[in-house]
Design a protein around this ligand. Structure first.
Ligand code: CAA
Length: 391
């Protein structure tokens, strides 16, 4: 028996900022972003979008054509928590009308928690083959106006229905793991913007990749050549180039640049336009690969690396299943990305700063109505968040 992805869908906000607009604002060459970090646009959430609405939209899409009655667990992975106690997944559970006999809770470890959820779900499913698990990862990457991380912001969610009927990808149970206490990127409770030591975080990402990969090789005896494609956590798409170049050298694989780039490039297509989606990033990248690969990936083994600053790294693997193409939501994903509206710099800044205007004294407020998907963050009253379904 095997377990893995029966359905997967991504969602992002309805607005974006082109990074040339940001470059013009800060007097940078746009190519520093387009080429240097490999990012062209960043998704920007409207004031009435948050991780719950992004996640609920991704969940509704992933559940299309799925028997939701077998779901008994929703794991919500995020580092953009909206409450110190209540799991954001409970709002998603209500908005998407999931069965009442479910457990719902939140997972946190920077950008790693989605992959962490997967490592818990797989053995659970193999013990309970009649059940399904929903993993939802949603984040809004915020570094601050004018900060070094600003061009690597983004927003999005991914929802995956996992079961013992993995129509898209079956995961292997063995993986390579690594934990090391470092301060490369973090967000203290008193701020909603991440603090980061940018260059150090890149170094720590590569260190975690080296250690998790080595652990994987020691545990399984597998080697670099056993993988058809590689999918990396993408804080910015150029990071995959840095990571994969390292792995190619480390594994003594003799590949020409066009050969190793072919192993990673299709996975970076969506993120180039969405930006960093933190906990969901490696699965957004996987979706991008599955949706956009010109080759048939059936029966191919894919290597995936998740990195969460702070830090945890995991190298895990899966095999693409026969007939997977007919279960993908490629047209829907491409439409969501291409139909976003472009923002000018002033509106981006206004959207960005809106969060700091939310009342913290319990007084009521309604959020202004913008384009959202099916669900919107309607406002606050008595310290409670209000959500509504858009007609
Ligand atoms: N044309 C082409 N390329 C150019 C260029 C131009 N005109 N100008 C600069 N570049 C290149 C630079 O040479 C550089 O390339 P290399 O990295 O290959 O040397 C690249 O563009 C970036 O330039 P800088 O290093 O000068 O950029 P920066 O100082 O502004 O910082 C950054 C870049 C560190 C990624 C910063 O955006 C940042 O801190 N981002 C947030 C942190 C982050 O994403 N860390 C990643 C690892 S941690 C992680 O993965 C967890 C997570 O999600 C946060």
């Amino acid at each position: 028996m095997q377990a893995g992805i029966e359905s997967i869908s991504i969602y992002t906000s309805q607005y974006y900022l082109d990074l040339k607009t940001l470059a013009n604002q800060w007097g940078e060459d746009p190519d520093k972003y387009y080429i240097g970090i490999g990012q062209e646009q960043m998704s920007v959430p409207a004031p009435d979008e948050d991780i719950v609405t992004l996640a609920a939209n991704a969940t509704a899409q992933a559940l299309q054509g799925i028997d939701a009655g077998a779901l008994d667990t929703l794991l919500f992975a995020t580092e953009t928590g909206i409450d110190q106690s209540k799991a954001a997944g409970i709002y998603v559970h209500e908005l998407t009308q999931l069965p009442k006999n479910m457990r719902v809770f939140e997972l946190k470890q920077a950008c790693y928690s989605g992959a962490g959820g997967l490592s818990l779900a797989l053995p659970y499913l193999l013990h309970h083959p009649d059940r399904k698990v929903l993993i939802v990862a949603a984040d809004i990457a915020r570094y601050g106006i004018g900060s070094i991380g600003e061009p690597t912001q983004g927003a999005g969610a991914v929802a995956m229905v996992l079961s013992t009927n993995p129509k898209i990808m079956a995961f292997d149970l063995e993986s390579g793991i690594y934990t090391h206490d470092v301060m490369d990127f973090w967000r203290p409770n008193y701020t909603d913007e991440a603090l980061v030591d940018g260059k150090y975080s890149i170094k720590m990402y590569i260190t975690a990749l080296r250690e998790a990969w080595q652990h994987y090789v020691d545990v399984t005896g597998n080697s670099f050549a056993d993988f058809h494609r590689y999918v990396y956590h993408l804080p910015f798409t150029k990071m995959a180039d840095k990571a994969h170049q390292f792995l190619v050298r480390h594994a003594n694989a003799e590949l020409r640049p066009e050969e190793w780039k072919r192993q990673i490039d299709d996975a970076a297509i969506y993120q180039r336009f969405i930006g960093n989606t933190y906990a969901g990033s490696v699965f957004v990248a996987l979706t991008s690969l599955l949706d956009n690969s010109p080759d048939d990936l059936t029966d191919k083994r894919i290597g995936l690396f998740s990195y969460g600053s702070g830090s945890v790294g995991e190298f895990f693997t899966g095999i693409v299943q026969q007939g997977y193409q007919s279960h993908l939501k490629k047209a829907m994903h491409q439409e969501i990305i291409s139909e976003r509206a472009e923002l000018d710099y002033e509106t981006y800044k206004e959207f960005y700063l809106f969060k700091s205007k939310l009342p913290t004294d319990g007084s009521p407020m309604r959020t202004p109505k913008h384009n959202t998907g099916r669900y919107r963050f309607a406002g606050l009253t008595e310290h409670q968040r209000l959500y509504e379904v858009v007609a």
